[in-house]
Design a protein around this ligand. Sequence first.
Ligand SMILES: NC(=O)c1ccc[n+]([C@@H]2O[C@H](COP(=O)([O-])OP(=O)(O)OC[C@H]3O[C@@H](n4cnc5c(N)ncnc54)[C@H](OP(=O)(O)O)[C@@H]3O)[C@@H](O)[C@H]2O)c1
Length: 264
Amino acid sequence: MNPASKSHDSSTASDRGVALITGASAGIGSATAHRLADAGYAVVLLGRRGERIDAIASHLRETGGVAKAISGDVTRDEDVIRAVEAASELGPLTTLVANAGIIPIEPLEESELHRWHRTVDTNLSGILRCVHAVLPTMFSRKRGDIVLLSSIAGRQTFPEASVYCATKAAINHFADCLRGDLAKRCADGGGHLRVCVVQPGIVQTELFDSIDHEPTRQATKAYINALDEPLLPEDIAETIAWVLQSPRHVSINDIVVRPTAMTR
Ligand SMILES: NC(=O)c1ccc[n+]([C@@H]2O[C@H](COP(=O)([O-])OP(=O)(O)OC[C@H]3O[C@@H](n4cnc5c(N)ncnc54)[C@H](OP(=O)(O)O)[C@@H]3O)[C@@H](O)[C@H]2O)c1
């Protein structure tokens, strides 16, 4: 564990409880699962590629962690509920990292309505499903951390990416409202219910493979490969661990993390 994050940490491994991480089969989600397991959380990994999350969960168990893999899709209510139930079987569900996302961008002229729907259903409705499913447990314990993966695309627009940008902007607004509502309940009844939105710039992951439109995928990958030092998934995982390990009266609301060399 990073010594700096240790000194900032006021909780013990035993009261960290269980973290549910969506989109844990790759990229930021996988790195976060490793980082939180390392910090003493029991982790539940949700993703569609069962073999991948099984392998990650096995590795985490072999290295001393507590981990469970749930093969499922955040666009399906029943899969999300199954993951929350699996988390509750491991212990108190204290933490949600709602990270699953896709970026099927394409030129407007060639846009397919089903891809717009899929983007909204995964990036936005997927997050809403997860938050809705974890709230009852968090209310009853008067404690919970909700970390939502947004993007700098929620703060600024990018060409030919209107639906992706819209989902990320909506996450930011949803989080602002949710945070206020949870704060009111904490003020009235005690407890610590925190919401953090993490907004990365370019991170070197498989995300851009979810672009179906071949020329757009090639152009996007060329742009990313030209970046001198993109962020790594582990950079975002470290940020998330830092947010979670802040003293409970400290709510880190929004974090923007860009590669130093990213110009826009
Ligand atoms: N990479 C970047 O530059 C960047 C920048 C800003 C924000 N972000 C955000 O960070 C988050 C993670 O992206 P990443 O870069 O780590 O991409 P990634 O490597 O492609 O990982 C995305 C994860 O989401 C999962 N996923 C996708 N659709 C899903 C669904 N319907 N149900 C369950 N899981 C699903 C994928 O797993 P399966 O395919 O196995 O389901 C995968 O584990 C996304 O929300 C993305 O928008 C990324």
